[in-house]
Design a protein around this ligand. Structure first.
Ligand code: IDP
Length: 138
């Protein structure tokens, strides 16, 4: 069973749409393997987004993701990584198709509602940044 890390970002909590988003993944057939609400430290956020350290938007990204609590979850199921990326839609919500999560809930590239791991290697690293082995129920 493939696993992926999803983050329902601070804007999803602010908008009160986290339940609707979790619902989409459960309806699709994915199992929740772990779930917690947490406010990230800068250190944890910088580790999570380490691939973007050199990007001009890095500081802005860390400021936003640490600004208030988010929901971190691990879902498990067939092709969880690819399927969830398709369900999320394009990074820039303006380009995200209607019916995708970003296409339905977001307008702004920074406040784009959700994160999902983009590869097996990232998923493994990102899951470890949020959950211990004991916190994963599979
Ligand atoms: P992804 O979240 O779709 O995988 P990435 O390219 O990995 O997209 O970017 C990580 C996050 O960085 C995005 O989800 C978005 O919140 C933020 N981001 C990307 N580009 C910009 C930008 O130009 N300005 C501000 N934030 C950005």
């Amino acid at each position: 069973m493939e696993k992926t890390l999803l983050l329902l970002k601070p804007d999803a909590i602010d908008k009160g749409v986290s339940g609707q988003i979790i619902d989409r993944f459960e309806k699709r057939g994915f199992k929740i393997a772990a779930l917690k609400m947490v406010q990230l430290t800068r250190n944890q956020a910088e580790l999570h987004y380490c691939e973007h350290t050199d990007k001009p938007f890095f500081e802005e990204l860390v400021d936003f993701i640490t600004s208030s609590p988010l929901i971190a979850m691990v879902i498990a199921g067939e092709n969880a990584i690819k399927a969830s990326r398709i369900m999320m839609g394009s990074t820039n919500p303006i380009d995200a198709a209607a019916g995708t999560i970003r296409g339905d809930f977001a307008l702004n590239i920074r406040k784009n509602i959700i994160h999902g791991s983009d590869s097996l290697i990232s998923a493994e690293r990102e899951i470890k940044n949020f959950f211990t082995e004991k916190e994963l129920y599979l």
